[in-house]
Design a protein around this ligand. Structure first.
Ligand SMILES: [Zn+2]
Length: 126
């Protein structure tokens, strides 16, 4: 799931989903240079819905945030999981989660490069 890194590059729309059986919760992120629009769609049956278009789902949440703040929030959430569960717990939890370690690391690299954030977002050394 290297997808969200694309929010900083050419690819401007990213989709991924939570398997919240029996539902699917699909996140759709649309980025401009300044903001990220986040829409979460709910589908009743995850066994078939990953093939359905967004318009077949029900919008349950929608928000627009600055790209910097969004990346920052994701990285802080990753930090919280890491701090609470430690390395092993973090690996286990995020393997089952739509924000795998590689994606978080990718977001961090881009966030530090492009967003002039003062924090290191280094999980092991906050
Ligand atoms: Zn930051």
């Amino acid at each position: 799931m290297a997808a969200a890194g694309g929010l900083y590059g050419q690819q401007r729309t990213t989709r991924f989903f939570f398997d919240a059986e029996p539902q699917e919760l699909r996140w759709v992120l649309r980025a401009t240079d300044e903001v990220i629009n986040v829409t979460i769609y709910e589908f009743p049956d995850v066994s078939v819905s990953p093939d359905l278009p967004d318009t077949d789902g029900t919008v349950i949440w929608r928000s627009t945030q600055s790209r910097c703040l969004f990346s920052h929030a994701v990285l802080n959430a990753a930090q919280d999981v890491f701090t609470e569960h430690g390395q092993a717990g973090y690996q286990a939890k995020w393997m089952l989660h739509p924000f795998p370690v590689a994606l978080v690391q990718d977001l961090r690299r881009l966030h530090l490069r492009d967003d002039a954030c003062g924090l290191s977002h280094d999980l092991a050394h906050p």
